[in-house]
Design a protein around this ligand. Sequence first.
Ligand code: ZN
Ligand code: MN
Length: 477
Amino acid sequence: MRTVTEERGVIIGLEVHTQLSTASKLFCGCSTDYREDEPNTHVCPVCLGLPGSLPVINRRAVEYALKVAKALNCRVAEECEFARKNYFYPDLPKGFQITMYDRPIGTQGYVDIEGEDGEKRIGITRIHLEEDPGRLVHAGEGDRPKYTLVDYNRSGIPLLEIVTDPDLRSPKEARRFLNALRTTLEYLGVFEGDREGALRVDANISIEGQNRVEIKNISSYKGVEKALTFEITRQRGMMRRGLGIERETRHFMEARGITTSSRSKEVEHDYRYFPEPDLRPLRVRSWLDRIQLPEMPAARRERFMVQYGVSLTHARTLTGELRLAEFYEKVAHVDALLAATWVADTLLGELNYRDQSITALPPERFEALLRMLKSGAITDRGAVEILRRMLDAAARHEPIETPERIMKSLDLGRDNATDLMAMAAEVVSSNASAVSDYRSGKREALNFLVGQMMKRTRGKADPRELRRVLESILTSG
Ligand code: ZN
Ligand code: MN
């Protein structure tokens, strides 16, 4: 018998902070590209919050926000407005964050994702622009740091906060939504997913009829799915023991895969939001009509199916990441279907396994490999081996040799068909008993003969092909 608690549904809404890839910060001219630079080297009076400094809005950040609003099918009001969110924390030198409150850039949008049963529409409550605070570095060992350092290089980086309706029903759907969102942002060219802190997620989760729990500051996609899965188990466990779910904020401990109560009790009115007096309201709706969106993931997926004849599954995988789609289009001319299989199945599998990105491999190297496969110069096995060698070299930051050279140095070339036929004939004539076993119906005798062939080819040949060659001789002879 199923218990009542097991049947209750899960309700999830996400708040996603994404870093917009502008060259300068949201309200000053400081560069956003601080990467490896010393702390507090990309700062000025504005992003340090010094008295008397005034913010100037970054036009590009507004344009990017409007692009996202359009791509996420949001309504854009005639007038949007920045607001001050007041709270004290050392990473926030002004004592308030400039964000948007009751008049955000976009509202009532949606994103279509692949749901548990078919396509599913996830509502977007709102999107708004805000500045990132600085970064705190807790120095010292263990749980009790001796002191805390503040780096304001990140202070003032433009963030787009995207809030969903509580439409998600499982951790898996949450992950799919984030994947779809990330792909959209990448296609729009407003986001660099590889940057530190490029995407941070707060998740609201409740079990039907129970209080809502907020999980703060999850910094990876896998983290979101893990944190939500943990919370569902924790909350169901509480309910089974007859305990209520407390409304609270919890913190996700990525390394341990658990959430812990952080007992912060702020509610909205504690922030004393009020309109930002140093910035005029934005009247940007007419700008929206002039914004041209590039080809978006769904359109590209359709095009791949029509133009290259690839399956829906392959089209979905190949267009699921902008750089992967671009990589595929660079090599597709060799043979569109062969390329689709080798990029979407083999290459992507090897990359995921190694935690490498598609940028690890120059497309011309992969193109050469495809040509060798297509001409029959190498077997599938040989091609996988060459691919692995190339990715290993990339991982070690070594130059990547051409597939031809790797093939020669490893002696992976395919023995040509006549060689194989001759070899098979020899194997057949020198293993008379296995051959008669096979002919008398012992199918497993074929495995022995394939093994003999494998020995002679020193493992270079494709066993399926050897089997075909042997069978053709045995049935004709
Ligand atoms: Zn600055
Ligand atoms: Mn925010």
